[in-house]
Design a protein around this ligand. Sequence first.
Ligand code: ATP
Length: 642
Amino acid sequence: MTGTEGTVDQGARIRATGVGLRLRGGRDALRGVTLAPPPGRITGVAGGSGAGKSLLLETLAGLRRPTDGAVLHDGLEPAAAAVPFGFVPQDDILHRGLTLRRGLAYAARLRGADPAEADRVLAELGLSARAGQRMGTLSGGERKRASIAVELLTRPRLLFLDEPTSGLDPATGARLLDTLTDLAARGVTVVLTTHSPADLDRCDQVVLLGPDGSPAATGTPGQVLRRYGVRDFAAVYAAVADAPGDRGTSGARQGTEKARQAQEPEETEETEEPDAPQGPEGAEGFRDVRGGHGAARTPHRRRRIPGAVRARRPGPLAQWLLLTQRAGELLLRDRPAAAIVVGSPLMIVAMFALLFRPGAFDPAAPSPSASAMVLFWIAFGAFFFGLAYGLLQICAELGVVRRERLTTLRLGPYLASKVTLLLPVLALADALLLVVLRAGDRLPAAGAGVYGSLFVTTALASAAGLALGLLASAAAADPARAALALPLLCFPQVLFSGAFVPVPLMAEAGRALSTAMSNRWAFEALGAGVDLETLWARGASPLGPPLLASYGDSFAHAPWTRWLILAGFTAVLLLMAGWVVHRRCPTPARPLGARRARPRRPRGPRRPDAPDAPDAPEEHGRPPGQQLVRGDSPSATGTRSR
Ligand SMILES: Nc1ncnc2c1ncn2[C@@H]1O[C@H](COP(=O)(O)OP(=O)(O)OP(=O)(O)O)[C@@H](O)[C@H]1O
């Protein structure tokens, strides 16, 4: 087993105090939510559609910074506590092209867990029989369990699930709840959102959100039902929805205010000592892990979980190798994508060979305009291969990347893996382009030095295109929108390359814009590489000298000067792509709606009465723990919005 054999304490403690969340535009999505999911138990967050369940889950996980109030994990800000947690989003986020076992094995190795853990979690979730099946072909319920399996590889102490049973038939949903109950029994604090009355019935604690995002009731399922004087949760939903008025109106607030008043005594009961050891006489409604309401609650002692894994995080090099291997396997398994990657350059090479006449570079009878066009299309072809390869790389798997960023994934190795996999293929396509065009006499008869220079230029043009594609892919909401960006990114590269309208003839603004086009620099490097100036100035065509005059000094600079510019473009675009991915992947250290907070671990032993202790009273009007972030002014902590 990789990683250190060790133990993991009983489920982590979460405490949310007066949590409010204001959306952009000023609407309050959550108001005054106070709760303490019992450690090692299941807490269900319920409420009507749009009540704020998903937002609350993200806030509890530390992925969103609340506008008001505080969320603490084990008594600390989530970033400082660094409690290992799993977050299973509503959508199935998996690499559908991989088999279940391969996908889990990669996920395990990336998280620093033993790949053999994959078999353990598959068995735990009843998926062993599906291990060899492609994830794209799993049923909805199986995919949901696979998604949970990924999070169990490192045995988290906290597990958040957004509507895990949505879309499942009742029997499959019940089996999933069995699994979660088992996990809770083994010391994982589970928090889930759900619309299903059956799920709520099986939770240890239920938090019901009213239509205005305030807690309408909190307690054991039995307590919540009794509070509303009804027999099942369907009736509770109806009662909450019956609160007059729309979300956010005073009527709705009054409705949920009433309910809140009704729940306050229980809230105290549940949140003051959520994990205090309790026997059968403990809080009403807590049940045995497999029992029904009112059954004895299992005594809550710190337990050691045998075989628990404290992950040894793979270093950047190991991550890069692993991610490159996974990206390669994904590409090979996705036959249509592999066919496009290999086939599209072949098609473009064939088209170029058919388009141009031979002999444009023959000094005895040159065709100056044709030679410029041949070079432009080579430059553009190389750029286009790269752009097209990069464009779908990140947006198609951003969900997976988000989850992996919560564990160990570093962006440097991630982007490097894309370049490592795709650049050699691109370089091969570029080489093929040059070989075919030379073989058909569409390029000059020149030595290895000239062709070496042409090859370096095309490879760098492809690298710049790839980096631009990766940046656009990182920024795109989904693959369809990324594909829409293709013409938008190509047009300026054609218009401002300096091939059709030479740079000296461009308007001032166009000339300035052309400096931002990698294609311009690739075109100039190719022209310099084949010594277009000499061909046009001394060749037999009378069109050469005037054409050369219009292009000015475009081809007068040594190719290496342009290579440096192309390499600079590539580096800057890759850095920007990394920054965009970073921005789009919230973590407890950089939650949504907040500037980066530097987590601070308190030095030395913590006194129970210290201001950052979990149960410390409010100080100067601030909820406990809020002052943990270095440099955070009270106003910054309290007023950040998304
Ligand atoms: N990124 C966002 N920007 C603006 N509004 C948002 C954003 N995310 C959520 N909302 C709004 O906040 C409210 C609560 O959203 P949330 O997704 O938490 O609801 P929910 O209770 O999980 O709903 P459902 O049960 O339908 O999934 C909704 O009105 C939603 O439109």
